[in-house]
Design a binder for this molecule. Structure first.
Ligand code: ADP
Ligand code: 5GP
Length: 189
């Protein structure tokens, strides 16, 4: 249950893969006091350098299904080719001690959060163009050609949903976009 007296604010960022969400998230977490990140669960395999419990909790499909059945997720979705979800208990614990919480989740998850936490602030991170998005994803060297195609194909659909968000930030110049995100979050706290 949420404690209405102490409650922190919930911020959600979404956007297509390669838009720069992870990069902007790190900057926001470094720059903004009282902002904590909620680590998601995923069935995706860790990328090189990713550590269980840091970027994600890497869990099996079986465990993910069990947690869905136990109603442990605030939201979850099948994204690209895996399941991703936010644990309810993690978010409520932080909000109840007055921390502001940042989620970086896909568009399906963001819409589920909106229905459950009415004052959540939904922020869409958009790339300057699809061409630039593809360039960034390729330069990141984290996806196979097949995974990259899935992500680019999904990008067009995700971009169509951006008008359902409270705010849209175009990640053109990184420092400019990071400053805009910081200003926006600080103005809502
Ligand atoms: P996402 O988390 O949305 O998938 P990332 O944060 O991993 O995206 O960014 C994708 C790639 O683009 C990374 O290699 C990152 O360093 C790079 N990147 C992020 N923002 C910018 C920017 N404004 N200009 C150029 N490259 C960027
Ligand atoms: P990646 O595999 O690149 O880390 O993430 C793929 C996509 O899954 C991104 O759009 C990311 O925002 C989304 N994602 C990460 N965690 C969650 C989560 O807990 N819930 C939902 N719905 N999406 C998530």
């Amino acid at each position: 249950m949420l404690n209405e007296n102490k409650k922190g604010k919930l911020f959600v960022i979404s956007g297509p893969s390669g838009a720069g969400k992870g990069t902007l998230r790190e900057k926001a977490l470094n720059d903004i006091k009282n902002l904590v990140y909620s680590i998601s669960c995923t069935t995706r395999k860790p990328r090189e350098g990713e550590v269980d419990g840091v970027q994600y909790r890497f869990i099996t499909h079986e465990k993910f299904k069990e947690d869905i059945e136990k109603n442990l997720f605030l939201e979850y979705a099948h994204v690209h080719s895996d399941f991703y979800g936010t644990l309810k208990a993690d978010v409520i614990r932080e909000l109840n001690v007055g921390n502001n919480v940042l989620l970086e989740i896909d568009v399906q998850g963001a819409l589920q959060v909106r229905k459950k936490i009415f004052d959540a602030v939904l922020i869409f991170i958009a790339p300057p163009s699809i061409e630039e998005l593809e360039k960034r994803l390729r330069n990141r060297h984290t996806e196979s050609e097949e995974a990259l195609k899935i992500r680019l194909n999904n990008a067009a659909k995700e971009l169509e949903l951006k008008d359902g968000y409270d705010f849209i930030i175009i990640n053109d110049d990184l420092e400019r976009a990071a400053a805009e995100l910081r200003k926006l979050i600080e103005s809502q706290i």
